[in-house]
Design a protein around this ligand. Sequence first.
Ligand SMILES: [Mg+2]
Length: 208
Amino acid sequence: MDIDLARAWAQAMAAAVEVHKDHLTQLDSAIGDADHGVNMHRGFSAVLSALAGLRPDTVGDVLDTTGLTFVSSVGGASGPLYGGAFRAMGAVLDTALADPGRFAVALAAGLASIRKLGAATPGDKTMIDAFAPAVTAFGQQADGGGDFATAALAAADAAEEGMRATVLMRARKGRASYLGARSVGHQDPGATSTALVFRALADTAVAR
Ligand SMILES: [Mg+2]
């Protein structure tokens, strides 16, 4: 991961959210408050503006600006959760170039931030159910000497598998938990946007 790839990742996330905005809102209207697509779109639009004026020295500068912008522009839970995760990753990546092993450490820091702030755990039917398997898959590839694109592809596949698994889960956190058993049968919107985040990373890494 270098500065150009971090920028390209942010642009790819923004593009993916633009395409899937209505789908995210549709998922959130089933078990939440129907604002996830709008929130994510607002956040990434603001991120693109913020990054356009940034002269980053490190990968961390890009991710920290992404996170700060998310926190300040997005209401609801997704602003602080995603924003905090990007900032936690940025703190690890205070370098112009990060190998897959270091990026794996950054992803783990992002996950830890989400778990702490959301007080959620795998199986609660949240973004963690996509994020955690993605972090594990990336780390396994990095440990095995896989290159960045290979690790990012494994992470994206794992995130999507985790996203699909949320359909059968009963929500234990957030607004969806008020629905109890009626939350079963619906895919979690946060896990769905997390899968977009990791697919954007894979697409970006493969494209270079
Ligand atoms: Mg919502």
